[in-house]
Ligand binder design. Sequence first.
Ligand SMILES: [Zn+2]
Ligand SMILES: [Zn+2]
Length: 262
Amino acid sequence: MDPNLGYGYEYSYAINMDDNIIPACIEADILSSNDEALAVSNLRKVHVFVIQTKFKVIRKLDDDESDMYDCEMMETEDLRIKFLVSADRSDFRELFDQQFSLIHFRLSEYLMPDDQILALIRQVFDFTQEIVSVDPSVPIVPIVVDVDVCTLQLDGETIYDTFDRAVTPDCLTPLEPVEKENKLCRRRVWDFLLYDLPRVRVDKGSGLMEECPICMCGPSRGSLVSWLPCKHAFHSHCVTRWLIKRQSCPLCRHEIVLDKGG
Ligand SMILES: [Zn+2]
Ligand SMILES: [Zn+2]
C-alpha cells in the first residue's frame, strides 16, 4: 500500500443533538407504546445516531497563488444506528463499541486515518455521555454526526484524476441488509464481508487485477481490491454487492465457506 495515499483527502466533522432525527429513526410503535414507560422507569434508553456524510471534491483554482479552493458538492449518505441500553453504564460502553465497529469500518473506507477515526468515535461517545449526564431522564438520545469527506485536487493533477479517485458512495461497501430468513446466517455473511474478506488499497495498474470482472473497469488510484479464496480479484464494493446475494465466486462459482476456521 502506498503510504502517501492518505494525502489529498481531508475530513471535518461536527457532533450535535438533534430531535428532528427521532421520527426517522424510531418506529412508531416504540414511540407510542414504550416512550412513556422508558421515561418513567429510566431503566432503558434509546440511543440513535445518524452519521450524515457529505462527499466533496475540492478543485484547486487555476490562477490563484493563495490557498483558494472552489468547492464541488458530490453525493451524501446517511448511516443510522439505533440501540436500547439499560441505565447500567457498563452495558452502554459495550453496545456502543459494538455498533460503532460498523462506523469504524465505513470511516476506513473513507480513507480516514485510524487515529482520526478513533478520535471521532471517542468524541461521539463523550458527547453522548455528557448529554445523558445533564438530563438522565431523557428517554431518547438523538445524536447527529455531520462528516465532510473532501477529495482535494493535488498540484499537477487534472480534475478528472481527482474525480477518478474521489471517495463517493458508489465505491463503498453497501451496508444494506442481507436478505436471509435466518438471522445467524445473515450475521455470518456480514462477519465475512466486513472482517474476513481481504481488502487492499492499490495504485493504478495493480498486479492484483487489471480489470474488475464485475464492472469491467480497472482500479483507479486508491481503489480497494478484494480477492476470494480461489484468488480471483474484484473491486471490494463490486464483489460485496455480489456476495450479499450469493456466497460464491462470480467467475468460477467456487463456494465461499462462511464458518471461520471451518
Ligand atoms: Zn468492479
Ligand atoms: Zn473464483
